[in-house]
Design a protein around this ligand. Structure first.
Ligand code: M6R
Length: 579
């Protein structure tokens, strides 16, 4: 839930670390810090966002160092709780992503031995433990230390007495970048792209010792080798490219992204056991969960098999009957709740499939099969292009499993998004920006599409937004309707059109402003709605994709009008690696 980065080579380390942390800020942004090594250890750390640091903070000396951007778990965001953390004598500095579950016990023992703690973090036990175990060789101390730690950790450590970087990983991601005479370590590949495309993914239990001359990787004290991958992502993909926010850039990438995602799944690449499955369970969180719900509506009707959709966070702790297949959906591939749900499937010998955006992420190691959605790096905390890519993969999966491949969907998905970009959403945006509460309603597969719209709205505009299956709103929530609570509704031609129109009339009768997404030729709807957002598509998959993008833009422009911090909404982090 934090971002870590390390560098050793020939460049001044501090600017490399600061720039790297900026790329990782989506993982956490309440405080940041770096430590460099140049005969002794130099530290700069502070509450706040690394993107707001001043250039003179980059003057720490040395060509080796570590950095951290934090999403607080243990202890409030503060200068003291910011990483790096050090031992009593400031000889060892450490940054950590993850949670040390037995930290309280370790802290008590270390205190009893005379160690003095300065922060409220779980992480601080690591440098003190290393101090306790260190007999002049940091690598050996770390090899001993891992036997004491319980929990998840990606740790980078440096010490006063050597120009080396030590990296250790257990259940938190850590990747090494291999340059010419320089090496990098980071929570993901984005900080490395500017310098190298050669990367190596550490496995759980790996300890890497890195110097300017090269690196060695150990499991315990046994040396192991890991494959070096060549990454295709270009450095520009992690820059804003002229857009005011990453979110808007990522929304505009979607025509290309969805085409890539759809075509990533072919009759040959789809795992064979999916064809034989008589029942499926999808496990996911947040936006990915909504993609799973949309899949359920459409797969049940097209393939005739029951599909259950579970929150990752609920699945592990409830005893539910298992299905033939478990599909885990996760953009990051690191969401702890989804990983533990997949793990539960593995323990029960159920076939598992991961749909993810990140090559070699943890979910790809947990699942029997992986489908890469190929959305490219998504930096904004709010999921947009990754959600659309999930739709691309899942809708294409339905087409292939049901044997009803639609040329319309294959060839027009990108075009239908391009058409959304031409819509004028100003009236809808100004209605939303004035509201304190907004309802999002739909029926059938459009219900989870509206759930996703409501999540996007609340996540980045901070307006309270709730979604309902349109038929349910009269069973209680009606009491909340008023001229101050707009309702956004999908009311497209189809089997539920007439009842949906009836529901909207009932809401309108309570004075509620209606923003409807429907057919331009629908005069009845256009007379009823305060704002009609016109949509003409010939296939339900295209309608779903188009409505998704309309709602993303509505949330984005509302948040922009309200001056919100769009790419990094308060209290959130993109990758949620704690349960
Ligand atoms: O990486 P994942 O897809 O597993 O992430 C799951 C959720 O945390 C994520 O979709 C979250 O809800 C988004 N920020 C919403 O925009």
């Amino acid at each position: 839930m934090c971002g870590i980065v390390g560098y050793i080579g020939f460049r001044p380390a501090a600017p490399v670390l600061f720039e790297g942390l900026k790329q990782l800020e989506y993982r956490g942004y309440d405080s940041y810090g770096i430590a460099t090594h140049s005969n002794e250890i130099f530290i700069h750390k502070k509450k706040g966002k690394v993107s707001e640091f001043s250039p003179d903070e980059t003057t720490l000396p040395g060509t080796c160092g570590i950095g951290h951007t934090r999403w607080a778990t243990h202890g409030i965001p503060s200068d003291l709780n910011a990483h790096p953390h050090t031992d009593c004598n400031e000889q060892i500095a450490v940054v950590h992503n993850g949670i040390i579950e037995n930290y309280a016990h370790l802290k008590r023992e270390l205190r009893a031995k005379g160690h003095t703690f300065r922060s409220e973090t779980d992480t601080e036990v690591i440098p003190h433990l290393l101090e306790d175990l260190n007999e002049g060789d940091l690598l050996k101390a770390i090899q001993k230390m891992v036997n004491y730690l319980e929990g998840s950790y990606a740790v980078l450590a440096i010490s006063n007495d050597c120009n080396r970087l030590i990296a250790v990983k257990n259940r938190s991601p850590l990747v090494l970048g291999i340059g010419d005479g320089e090496f990098f370590a980071a929570s993901d590949i984005t900080p490395l792209l500017e310098y190298t495309n050669r990367v190596l993914y550490l496995e759980d239990g790996d300890i890497a010792e890195i110097s300017v001359d090269g690196y060695e990787i150990y499991q315990g004290s046994t040396q192991v080798s890991r494959r070096v991958h060549e990454i295709q992502w270009a450095p520009e993909t992690v820059q804003k490219g002229g857009f005011p926010h990453f979110m808007l850039k990522e929304i505009y990438e979607q025509p290309e992204v969805i085409n890539r995602a759809i075509h990533s799944l072919t009759p040959d690449s789809i795992p064979r056991f999916l064809y034989d499955a008589k029942s499926m369970t999808v496990v996911a969180c947040g936006s990915s969960y909504h993609a799973g719900l949309i899949f359920r509506y459409l797969a049940e009707s097209a393939c005739g098999i029951p599909v259950r959709v579970e929150f990752g966070s609920e699945f592990k702790y409830n005893s539910v009957p298992l299905t033939d297949v478990i599909i885990g959906i996760s953009q990051s591939g690191e969401t702890a709740d989804t990983l533990s749900a997949i793990h539960k499937g593995n323990c029960s010998n159920v076939q598992t499939v991961a749909i993810t955006n990140v090559l070699n992420s943890s979910i790809t190691r947990y699942a029997d099969n992986t489908i890469l959605m190929q959305a490219g790096p998504e930096i904004s905390v709010a999921a947009t292009k990754s959600f659309t890519a999930q739709l691309g993969v899942l809708l294409q999966m339905i087409s292939l499993l049901s044997g009803q491949v639609s040329d319309e969907f294959l060839s027009h998905a990108g075009v239908s998004i391009d058409k959304v970009f031409l819509l004028n959403l100003d009236d809808a945006v100004s209605l939303c920006a004035k509201a304190e509460h907004i309802f999002f309603v739909g029926r059938g597969p459009f219900y989870p599409v509206m759930m996703e719209g409501a999540l996007k709205m609340k996540e980045i505009s901070y307006i309270h937004a709730e979604s309902y299956a349109a038929g349910e709103i009269k069973h209680g929530p009606f009491s909340l309707l008023s001229p101050e609570t707009p309702v956004i509704a999908t009311c497209l031609p189809g089997p539920a059109y007439a009842v949906m129109l009836g529901n909207l009339k009932e809401m309108k009768a309570r004075g509620t402003p209606i923003i409807a997404i429907g057919s331009e030729e629908d005069t009845e709807l256009s007379e009823l709605a305060d704002v009609l957002i016109p949509l003409e598509e010939k296939h339900i998959f295209l309608e779903i994709v188009a409505v998704t993008v309309i709602l993303q833009l509505l949330a984005y422009h509302t948040a922009a009008l309200l001056g919100r911090e769009i790419d990094k909404p308060r209290n959130l982090a993109k990758s949620v690696t704690v349960e």
